[in-house]
Unconditional design. Sequence first.
Length: 327
Amino acid sequence: MTKSSVPLLSLLLAASAGLSLCLGSFPTSPIEVLGALTAPQNSDITFIIWELRLPRIALAILVGAALAMAGAILQSIVHNPLASPDVIGITSGAALAAVLFLALLSTHLSIHWLPFAAMLGALISALLVISLSWKNGINPSRMVLVGIGLAAATGAGTTLLIVISDDAAAMTAYVWLTGSLYAAQWKDVEGILPWLLVPVPICLAFARHADAMALGDSVAEGLGVPILRSRMILLACSVALAGAAVAFAGGLSFVGLIAPHLAARLVGRNMARLVPASALVGALIVLYADLLGRVAFLPKDLPAGIFVAGIGAPFFVYLLHRMRRQR
């Protein structure tokens, strides 16, 4: 199934996007949706399809793909199946910066600066993890431990900011932290897209280096792989992907953990195949989580992060249990 997995996942994603376009608080038939897509000037539901559902679906796909690819990269360079943007502290750093912006700066600056604040927080967290885990190069095990500690510290800071904020800012921050694609617009899709167009080709170009490093640093060095440079470049790609995803969709936990494992069962651990497969699986996870949030509890619109966490937390426990049995 390895060779056919990516095309099949692509078809499944396209079909799932079509299903999501048809469902919502105002149900529409596939014929009506097709009419709105092909001849929007003649359709009564053009606004619903083009301005409400389509940008939200597109953002869900891009966010899920970004988080999944970030997780696949981290698991490869850290040699730890539990590594993800959440574990290493990137997501929590972005969340702290975003809540800091909402609590202290949102009255002085436009809300459009929120993504930049989140990405800056992700970058600072990554630099802290690198500096604190550096000892004659980056030690993968030390990086995970430092990331867990940093995630705990930034999580405490985020909670403190929410407690001391006014009610409006605290509510906005809480919904954003949960992970929501509510009120997604085309400008959000346009904003996140460049952050995928740059790191993804770089990651694929360094796929062979990642595969060599997965065999061990000594083996990679013997094959002529510049370990430090390759690891830093791949880490930068992961930070950019995760930071952008968190900036535009909030704290969607566990996507970067789950998607690479599911994709690896389909295509193996070869990075050239794993990265696109992980992107497709991550896109499917977030797309269906958002769809459930939109239609399962009508008229309420629940954050997608609730459903992702509901799947991710048991999966994390399962991975811990499996690792314990393998030792």
